[in-house]
Design a protein around this ligand. Sequence first.
Ligand SMILES: NC(=O)C1=CN([C@@H]2O[C@H](COP(=O)(O)OP(=O)(O)OC[C@H]3O[C@@H](n4cnc5c(N)ncnc54)[C@H](OP(=O)(O)O)[C@@H]3O)[C@@H](O)[C@H]2O)C=CC1
Ligand SMILES: O=C(O)C1=N[C@H](C(=O)O)C[C@H](O)C1
Length: 266
Amino acid sequence: MTPHPLRVGITGIAGRMGRRLAQSSVESGFVVVAGTSRQIDDEALASDPLPDGFRLVNDISELVGDVDVVIDFTHASTVIPHAAVLADAGVPWVLGTTGLTASDQRAVDAAAMRIPVVQAANFSTGVTLVMRIAREMGAVLSAEQYDAEIVEMHHRQKVDAPSGTALAIGEAVAEGRQTTLAAVREPAREGQCGPRKTGAIGFAALRGGQIVGEHTLLFTSATEQIELGHRAFDRRVFADGAVRAAGWVSGQHPGHYSMDDVLGLE
Ligand SMILES: NC(=O)C1=CN([C@@H]2O[C@H](COP(=O)(O)OP(=O)(O)OC[C@H]3O[C@@H](n4cnc5c(N)ncnc54)[C@H](OP(=O)(O)O)[C@@H]3O)[C@@H](O)[C@H]2O)C=CC1
Ligand SMILES: O=C(O)C1=N[C@H](C(=O)O)C[C@H](O)C1
């Protein structure tokens, strides 16, 4: 049963997503009990609507005793330690961090054997649907005829590329084509890179200004081009999805869940 009101802990609460997650949590009637920041900066947080009694701590291990769920949008280097702390404490995990290595992902999968984890490279409802359509397009638009490419653009501060969403869209196309992205991903093109391989999935990552997040999937054949795009205007779209996931995951059994599960999609 979901405890009421839900007590939420937010890692990286002073970050771009951390701040927005705190607002969305409060707007949803949850209590933001604690957040982490490696540099405690009360002044920077003073303008945000956090409740009395909120604790700002240095490390996730200092907040897990007080919370029903942790929402975590930080940096890939935190994933292995966060997985261990949350699994040991038995606290559900909503994970939005991108740029994970294969060993980071294995740590998430291992934690999901012990706690419920909702992981998504993009918590917006729109992108959740884009993934489903991308899978179907991959299944119908044959790899021999249609070249699949994914273009993404983000703000100049983003540290990982291609974005987690771009990679997840690529994985969905690969799944539709009954293969894996690892098997068909085209290496970044530069110099004498040679012609495009049939069946490859390519990526282009653009960075500039304060673009929140834009993704376009293109299928190009000799006779036509199909584009599927998504543009996020405000980080609220990710935060609201993650907060919805937090409310949902706190009542679940251990397992690895996606936004499809949260939204009740087949
Ligand atoms: N799944 C989704 O829907 C979305 C995912 N993201 C992902 O969320 C993550 C955070 O994005 P964003 O909020 O823009 O990033 P920010 O850099 O603004 O915030 C990240 C916060 O994480 C904390 N942090 C803890 N450990 C580290 C570390 N080792 N290196 C860097 N930061 C650390 C920092 O807080 P402090 O310095 O105070 O400790 C920082 O403020 C990224 O991986 C991004 O791709 C972003 C948007 C949507
Ligand atoms: O870093 C960001 O900002 C974003 N990261 C996610 C990703 O890597 O896909 C989601 C969104 O596009 C914003």
